[in-house]
Design a protein around this ligand. Structure first.
Ligand SMILES: Nc1ncnc2c1ncn2[C@@H]1O[C@H](COP(=O)(O)OP(=O)(O)OP(=O)(O)O)[C@@H](O)[C@H]1O
Ligand SMILES: [Mg+2]
Length: 598
């Protein structure tokens, strides 16, 4: 199981990484906000120009005002300087807000798309994916993008603009000194590029191990009862520690990769400053540069390396975001279930037919073969058979959770693959083997398949299946909120609610999987009567271990090893003296008293 989780994560990660493509796609997400972005870019330009004006004003103050002992002129220059800085700061704040808002919108949009994709993916997709890892993609990986889109993007665009404007300003003031600054840029670029590569690998590992921690967490919390009951808390902890440690190490490596950026750039900036001051001072001595301009250059150099720092920092952030984006797009790129066939199911009679159905979950391991049967409208078909025989798989095919490998499943004479899934499922009410109840009140859960049902209808249905008594006994009756997974209800109670929910949905076909296996004999008897009425005029396919539930079925199918081993009515099968007769005898011996005599 654990190896499986790991295998899956590695399998997902084995796909080739196309960073350029991922970056382009991320930028594509910004496309709808093009105009706003142009506005923000204009603001950024204002910020950059304001920042570049500052040192130039300083040089004016020194070379013009101070040199000429012009006190009034100095006051004016300083006032202009203050105005320029205030304007720059204001423009910066507005721009940060604007881009931050865009970032949040893009993120919410991505999260929504991930969620919709989950809804549209084939059930088989989830057979092989740990839920925790999928949740990690919606939360942690989207969060990694958050960092980039809300902070990184703003800062780096600002930084690039700032750098350009400063370069222009420096070139205009003194091209020789500007060249000295430029000389270090290629080296700087190379360093950043190499460090970014390193950071990217580190971040990819960090994101992957975070997914594994989430998967482990989800599994362990889900299995907490077993862990405690089997005294395996120690092992669980050890396993979690192992994954947690791997995640910690990966994150530390990523942090180290990031933290190397700053010192590397500091060293280079110190060298450049020394070079500029050295050559600048020499130019001043030569008389080809004023003192004020040298001061302006020193200030520019301070500003010059700040954008580079930002770009380096953001490029680390970008690596984390890209690693997250890769994992997000991996899900978004999964093919959703292809919508098939434009045929409609209008008759709503509920005739079900399986024709020579073959099916396997994984190719080469057939689960069903040669399954054929017909359920005429209004009939009840019972499916019995040993565990693992393929009963639930037969049900899965009717709902199109999976598709047949060969043969056909027909509803009202139409191949289920030729109708839209929604139209097909609108014909079928389901009681699953492990019924899931949603958070929300009992009444809301009962009305899940028919949201506009009145309270009277809900209560009447609960009474009909014998769930009324225990619901009334709940703290707030029908308005009792059910927790996640409805842990507070027993399995039998959950099944009763699931049955009421399915019958209330009022569909022509009722599909029940082991619906009554966990209900006590008394409840079962009343349920039996309720179902008899509820099934009237409906086609029902009922899978059950309890033979009492199905002895009145129109047709009983005994499934063994994926084939229909026997078929007939209760009496016919008893008379035939085969598997069913055997099963029935065992059942009589084990719990004969629970069989409702007729
Ligand atoms: N999602 C799946 N992926 C791969 N194999 C599966 C999957 N679900 C079931 N199987 C396999 O298919 C076979 C039939 O399983 P199925 O659940 O249909 O049996 P069942 O008759 O409903 O059993 P039970 O009475 O225990 O509910 C089993 O061997 C099972 O291991
Ligand atoms: Mg089953």
């Amino acid at each position: 199981m654990i190896g499986g989780v790991q295998g899956v994560l590695q399998g997902l990660d084995a796909k080739p990484h196309r960073r350029g493509a991922t970056t382009l796609r991320l930028l594509g997400e910004l496309q709808p906000y093009g105009r706003t972005l142009v506005g923000a870019a204009a603001l950024i330009l204002v910020v950059a120009v304001c920042q570049a004006l500052g040192p130039w004003l300083v040089s004016r103050a020194i070379d013009v005002n101070v040199a000429r002992h012009d006190g009034r002129g100095l006051v004016v220059t300083i006032a202009v300087m203050a105005a320029v800085y205030v304007m720059g700061a204001l423009a910066q704040r507005i721009q940060i807000f604007v881009i931050g808002t865009i970032g949040q919108r893009v993120l919410a949009e991505l999260r929504q798309r991930l969620f919709s994709r989950f809804q549209g993916l084939p059930i088989g997709f989830f057979d092989q994916r740990p839920i925790g890892d999928l949740m990690g993609r919606v939360s942690n990986d989207v969060d990694a993008l958050n960092q980039l889109l809300t902070h990184g993007l703003t800062q780096s665009i600002g930084a690039v603009f700032g750098l350009l404007v400063i370069l222009v300003a420096m070139a205009m003031l003194n091209s020789l000194l500007a060249l000295v600054c430029l000389a270090t840029l290629p080296l700087m670029g190379l360093t950043i590029w190499m460090l970014a590569r390193w950071a990217r690998f580190a971040y990819r590992e960090a994101r992957k191990t975070t997914g594994m921690v989430m998967a482990e967490l989800q599994e362990e919390i889900g299995g907490l009862r077993e862990t405690q009951a089997f005294n395996r808390a120690g092992e669980s902890e050890a396993r979690f520690r192992e994954r947690n440690r791997a995640n910690r190490d990966a994150n530390i490596r990523a942090a180290v990769a990031t933290s190397v950026f700053s010192p590397a750039i500091d060293v280079m900036s110190a060298l450049t400053i020394a070079a500029v001051i050295g050559s600048g001072a020499w130019l001043v001595l030569q008389g080809s540069l004023t003192l004020g301009l040298l001061a302006a250059f020193v200030l520019y150099i301070g500003q010059f390396f700040w954008p580079i720092q930002i770009v380096a920092q953001v490029s680390a952030q970008l690596q984390a975001a890209l690693a997250g984006a890769e994992r997000i797009y991996e899900i978004l790129d999964e093919d959703p279930e292809a919508e098939t066939g434009g045929l409609s199911l209008v008759s709503g009679q509920g005739r079900v037919e399986y024709r020579e159905v073959e099916f396997s979950y994984t190719s080469g391991r057939p689960v069903l073969s040669g399954v054929s049967f017909v359920a005429e409208p209004g009939e009840t078909i019972a499916i019995v058979g040993p565990t693992g025989a393929g009963k639930t798989s037969i049900a899965n095919l009717l709902l199109r959770f999976y598709d047949v490998s060969a043969g056909e499943v027909l509803v009202d004479g139409v191949d289920v693959r030729d109708v839209p899934r929604e139209a097909l499922r609108a014909q079928i009410a389901v009681v699953a083997q492990e019924p899931f109840l949603f958070s929300g009140t009992v009444a809301e859960n009962l009305a899940y398949g028919r949201p506009n049902a009145t309270r009277e209808e809900v209560v009447a249905m609960a009474k009909a299946v014998g769930a009324d008594a225990f619901i009334e006994a709940l703290p707030q009756g029908y308005d009792t909120p059910l927790g996640e997974g409805a842990g507070r209800l027993g399995h039998g109670q959950r099944q009763l609610l699931a049955i009421a929910r399915a019958v209330l949905a009022d569909r022509p076909i009722l599909l029940m999987d082991e619906a009554t296996s966990h209900v006590d004999a008394a409840t079962e008897a009343s349920l039996q009567r309720a179902l008899a009425t509820a099934l009237e005029g409906r086609t029902a396919i009922v899978i059950a271990h309890r033979l009492s539930t199905i002895r009145h079925a129109d047709l009983i199918l005994v499934v063994a090893d994926g084939r229909i081993a026997e078929r007939g009515t209760h009496d016919e099968l008893l008379a035939a003296g085969g598997r069913y007769a055997e099963l029935y005898r065992h059942h009589e011996e084990a719990s004969g008293h629970s069989v409702t005599p007729r």
